[in-house]
Ligand binder design. Structure first.
Ligand code: PGA
Length: 253
């Protein structure tokens, strides 16, 4: 199964609009054979968006806190809260949280450990700010992975998903996105790092996704030439016509 993940970010602004987008996606996602669609809406919409085809369309959250042991953390959300609302997946370490909300590798590491230990599937986002000619971005990616996964018990890796999202490619149009060829190289590079951490058998089962200006034009390229196991999609996931088309293209790849 390929994973197509919708990251709605802080959209839309009303429950009514959220329900409309969800229902439209559900109508298509529930019929596909090779795709698992995961919709990650803002927390406040989760309870109202319940899918009737749970194996094809699943809910995820865009963030999580790193404990539920002590509960005096104003504004935070724990794993039991998310699970009760049917969220099985959670995005952790998105670059927008790293850039605007002060999320560090240390915080991200705590969140990954907590989410996995709580039985959730963690979508761990990594990606460089710029692709320098010297190749320093490769070390940057390696450090992000090593920090993020530091101390994660190997038995929990089965619920880990890596989303490679180069920051320079996020929120643009497909001509500014990464190329499938580059993405393929990154998939191999990330896989090698995962092998060094967890061994080949475990690493081979960790899905690696691409995100950053995915649309109907580049979807097939990433899945076929880029050899990714799925896609993380931002702004296009809010436009049902486009997102549904992406889902159908992915199902044929
Ligand atoms: P985009 O966002 O598809 O709008 O580039 C991707 C993301 O930020 O996860």
């Amino acid at each position: 199964m390929k994973l197509i993940i919708a990251n709605w970010k802080m959209n839309p602004q009303t429950m009514r609009a959220a329900t409309r987008i969800f229902k439209s996606t559900e109508a298509v996602a529930s019929k596909l054979k090779k795709i698992k669609t995961i919709i990650c809406p803002p927390f406040v919409y989760l309870s109202n968006l319940q899918s009737s085809s749970q194996n094809k369309l699943v809910l995820g959250a865009q963030d999580i806190f790193w404990t539920d042991k002590k509960t005096s953390y104003t504004g935070e959300i724990s794993a039991p809260m998310l699970k009760e609302l049917g969220a099985k997946y959670v995005i952790i370490g998105h670059s927008e949280r790293r850039t605007h909300l002060g999320e560090t590798d240390e915080i991200i590491n705590k969140k990954i450990k907590y989410a996995l230990a709580s039985g959730m599937k963690a979508i761990f986002c990594i990606g460089e700010r710029e692709r320098d000619k010297e190749g320093d971005y490769l070390n940057f990616i390696k450090k992000e992975i090593l920090h993020g996964l530091s101390g994660v018990p190997k038995k929990l890796f089965k619920n880990l998903i890596i989303a490679y999202e180069p920051i320079w490619a996020i929120g643009k149009s497909s001509k500014n996105a990464d190329t499938p060829e580059n993405v393929f190289t990154m998939v191999i590079y990330i896989k090698r790092i995962l092998v060094s951490i967890a061994g080949r058998d475990i690493a081979d089962n960790i899905p690696i996704l691409y995100g950053g200006s995915v649309d109907t034009k580049n979807t097939a390229g990433y899945l076929e030439k880029g050899k990714v196991d799925g896609l993380l999609i931002g702004h296009k996931s809010l436009i049902p016509k486009e997102f549904n088309e992406i889902l159908k293209i992915a199902d044929k790849c």
